[in-house]
Ligand binder design. Structure first.
Ligand SMILES: [Zn+2]
Length: 117
């Protein structure tokens, strides 16, 4: 079995203390550090994308207010339709929430954005 520290991967000697997956504490520690760095980078990336989408919704909301508009407008601005922070039901309809804004996509491909309080 190889050491699980990604930059080491040394072959572990047989009989090394039971089920140890690392050469020593420093390999264990360094791998742990790499993982938390990755987790942090990923979280940061997600937050940045949420803010970007929220800002697209803000711009369109300022332009169209409470009038539904063609969803292509958002698509053209490189909207990420996967991003959602929660959902909310208003008047029996389910809206997708991104930060302070919620939107609903209608069958005719128009979109309505509302600002949450
Ligand atoms: Zn190692």
């Amino acid at each position: 079995m190889k050491c699980q520290y990604r930059f080491c991967e040394a072959e572990l000697p047989d009989g090394l203390n039971g089920n140890s997956r690392y050469c020593d504490y420093s390999c264990y520690y360094n791998e742990k550090k790499e993982r938390s760095r990755e987790t942090y980078a990923k979280r940061n990336e997600t937050l940045t994308e949420i803010r970007r989408v929220e800002s697209l919704l803000r711009i369109c909301h300022q332009e169209f207010r409470d009038k539904p508009f063609n969803a292509e407008v958002l698509t053209a601005k490189n909207m990420n339709w996967q991003v959602i922070t929660s959902s909310v039901t208003i008047d029996g309809k389910s809206y997708r929430v991104v930060g302070k804004y919620a939107y609903i996509l209608f069958d005719n491909n128009t979109l309505l954005i509302i600002k949450l309080n």
